[in-house]
Design a protein around this ligand. Structure first.
Ligand code: FES
Ligand SMILES: [Fe+2]
Length: 441
């Protein structure tokens, strides 16, 4: 089927559907990697994960092995292809750590933290013209960081990251500003705590990624998790267990209401009320009394300093989508969700929990519990979503050909439980596949 025919839209009926071969075709999967993943800005890591010189993290990004390292000479982060320039073995073989040099385990070529090749056993056997300086590690074509979020692109011509982020920038800024207020508040020893929540060594930005990554895999096409991660419609039915859990703790579970905004270039956000607690900064029964005074005071401080934006950051939840595969999930805790399209019917997901650089220990405890309870591997939400997505993937091979995304088609104010954000995602997806096809050989 032609890419142009994969989406059918009939405006007068408010009908929008995509063909399910988009979830099952290996040919389309290859095209997506080339024309979407290799032509976008892709999230790699957060700067707080590499606070010291020589710190590194290893990642798969758009199906390519990479590692990011903070240079021992300049203190800047660089992102390299994780591949030896000799015969290709991966150089960085640990998920994270600190290193003086990186030595390839195959024939022991050694590189420094700037990627320069500094050691070749029996170097003279490569001939008189062999020049080590030509065989340094290969950096990704583009790397830029925005407020601590490090992105890479395989497209040397891609627009600058700040332009690419379009309307998503304002949401990232608001989140960082609220975290800055929270960090300063805790550092001053306000509330119940004594202000000794641990800052990330050497990291001075507002937010830090906490140690430990939540990694899981889903036997489903990556686009199903994109849809799911900003789908307000599924909350009640899919997550009934979580709402019962809240109810059992006397949390009022009136349904969430909220809005959806398109942020340009495929990005979008849903912003909604929730009866549950938020570590920045909304106390609810599930958090227990110990954190109440602290959270109420922090909430007042954020609203006082940031006005309406502060109120939104303290009170409302947000699932912010940065096309094509990153979500900032800011609800009962704050996490970055990165979707890696491993195969047509398989994805790897990594979630990194974010917290203010300095945080009151009582609030930190509540945050960790809240995150694990909802989104953790044995949590009350993630397994339900995994089941839903794997069943959609099975259904995609059933012979029923079309998936419907018409909800909210005629709504004037797009509701958070509508499907306009998904229609916009699929349109951008199709556009990029078509654009790429025009220049492909
Ligand atoms: S492949 Fe790395 S030294 Fe040979
Ligand atoms: Fe969900």
């Amino acid at each position: 089927m032609d890419i142009a025919d994969l989406i059918v839209e009939r405006e007068e009926e408010g009908y929008f559907a995509y063909h399910r071969s988009a979830l099952t075709s290996d040919e389309l999967h290859r095209a997506e990697i080339e024309r979407i993943f290799h032509k976008s800005w892709l999230y790699v890591a957060h700067e707080s994960e590499l606070p010291a010189r020589g710190d590194f993290v290893r990642r798969m990004v758009g199906k390519r092995p990479l590692f990011a390292v903070r240079s021992r000479t300049t203190g800047e982060v660089q992102v390299f292809a994780n591949s030896c320039t000799h015969r290709g073995a991966t150089i960085c073989r640990q998920d994270r750590g600190n290193a003086k040099t990186f030595q390839c385990f195959y024939h022991a070529w050694t590189f420094d933290s700037d990627g320069a090749l500094i050691g070749v056993p029996d170097e003279e056997t490569f001939g008189p013209t062999f020049d080590k300086s030509k065989f340094g590690l290969v950096p990704v074509p583009r790397m830029e960081s925005y407020r601590g979020l490090i992105f890479a692109s395989y497209d040397p011509e891609i627009e600058d990251l700040v332009d690419y982020l379009a309307g998503a920038r304002a949401y990232i800024d608001a989140m960082m500003d609220a975290a800055e207020v929270a960090a300063a508040f805790s550092a001053n020893g306000n509330g119940n705590g004594n202000g000794n929540g641990k800052p990330a060594d050497g990291w001075s930005g507002p937010l830090q990624v906490l140690r430990g990554t939540h990694e899981y895999a889903i036997k489903a096409n990556w686009k199903l998790l994109v849809e799911n991660s900003f789908d307000g419609y599924h909350l009640g039915p899919t997550h009934a267990t979580y709402f019962q859990f809240l109810k059992d703790q006397n949390v009022d579970v009136s349904p969430s209401t909220g809005t959806m905004k398109l942020l340009g270039k495929g990005h979008a956000v849903i912003e909604y009320s929730g009866s549950w607690g938020r570590p920045i900064a909304r106390w609810a029964e599930q958090f227990g009394d110990a954190s109440r005074e602290q959270l109420d005071a922090l909430r007042a401080k954020i609203i006082d300093e940031l006005g309406d934006t502060g109120f939104r950051m303290a009170e409302l939840n947000r699932n912010l989508f940065i096309y094509p595969n990153l979500f900032v999930m800011d609800n009962n805790a704050t996490a970055l969700r990165v979707i890696e399209p491993t195969a047509t019917d398989y994805m790897d997901v990594a979630q990194y929990e974010l917290a203010p650089r300095i945080e009151d220990p009582t609030v930190r405890k509540v945050r960790l519990e809240s995150y694990v309870t909802f989104a953790g591997p044995g949590g009350l939400a993630t397994p339900d979503d995994v089941e839903a997505l794997e069943s959609c993937q099975q259904g995609a091979s059933s012979g029923v050909e079309w998936s419907l995304l018409s909800r909210g088609y005629f709504s004037e104010e797009p509701p958070m439980s509508g499907e306009l954000q998904m229609r916009t995602f699929w349109r951008r997806w199709q556009e990029q596949l078509l654009d790429g096809a025009l220049v492909a050989p």
